[in-house]
Design a protein around this ligand. Structure first.
Ligand SMILES: Cc1cc2nc3c(=O)[nH]c(=O)nc-3n(C[C@H](O)[C@H](O)[C@H](O)COP(=O)(O)O)c2cc1C
Length: 207
């Protein structure tokens, strides 16, 4: 299929308006929309076509609460690394939408998937984790294309995630995603908007 300028213009819009979302509406995501977003992951690239990502749909309330508790603990611990004013500034940031987001996904990486038969990862086993991140980004864009927001939460204890979600301890926890309709739509990162971190441009090096 040959793509048109219309496609590229729309993709540019999706990239520009993707953004990490932490303020969610509790409105449920329609099952057919969610199914399309989930199906997008199958189009993600992976080392040797190994597709090492394992995705848990976290639906159980007790499990969600355990994830929230882990976030609260780790967020408080993270705040202690900052002093005085910066600590207050950090604590004022909203760094997860765990309570409101209707859909939660936990992404893990299988460090030894049968698929791919080892191709491409002998010298760089971390390419399995990179592949899992590609799957996440694919889902992120597919969600945004349907006006659904995604927020990546990493302020969590990985061991607790494996235990709470009852997955093999060998699987590497990669990300916890909050998914749902955003309260507002932005084309600038929230951390930039709140004055925590200016949106800087990519460092390109020509050799
Ligand atoms: C690996 C990774 C981990 C992240 N973890 C968190 C997190 O724990 N909490 C949070 O609020 N945002 C998290 N984010 C979102 C970033 O803060 C966000 O991507 C960045 O500020 C740029 O904003 P944008 O995604 O809206 O462009 C994470 C993003 C990535 C890629």
């Amino acid at each position: 299929m040959e793509l048109s300028q219309d496609h590229s213009a729309r993709l540019d819009d999706i990239l520009r308006w993707r953004r990490d979302v932490r303020h969610f509406n509790t409105r449920p995501v329609e099952p057919d929309v969610l199914a399309r977003i989930e199906a997008s992951v199958d189009f993600a690239p992976s080392v040797g076509n190994s597709r090492p990502w394992r995705v848990v749909r976290v639906m159980d309330e007790d499990k969600r609460r355990a994830v929230c508790d882990s976030f609260e603990r780790e967020n408080l611990a993270a705040s202690r690394a900052y002093r005085d004013d910066t600590r207050c500034e950090y604590l004022a940031l909203k760094l997860a939408g765990l309570r409101e987001a209707p859909v939660h996904y936990a992404f893990f990486c299988d460090p030894d998937p049968a698929e791919g038969r080892g191709l491409g990862r002998r010298t760089m086993p971390q390419t399995l984790a990179y592949s899992t991140v590609m799957a996440i980004h694919t889902l992120w864009l597919a969600a945004r294309a349907r006006n659904i927001g995604v927020g990546w939460v990493s302020i969590l204890n990985p061991a607790i995630m494996n235990e709470t979600l009852e997955v093999p301890c060998e699987w590497t926890f990669i990300a916890y995603l909050c998914v749902g309709y955003p309260v507002e739509r932005r084309d600038v990162p929230e951390l930039h908007m709140r004055g925590w971190q200016e949106n800087c441009s990519t460092v390109w090096i020509d050799r």
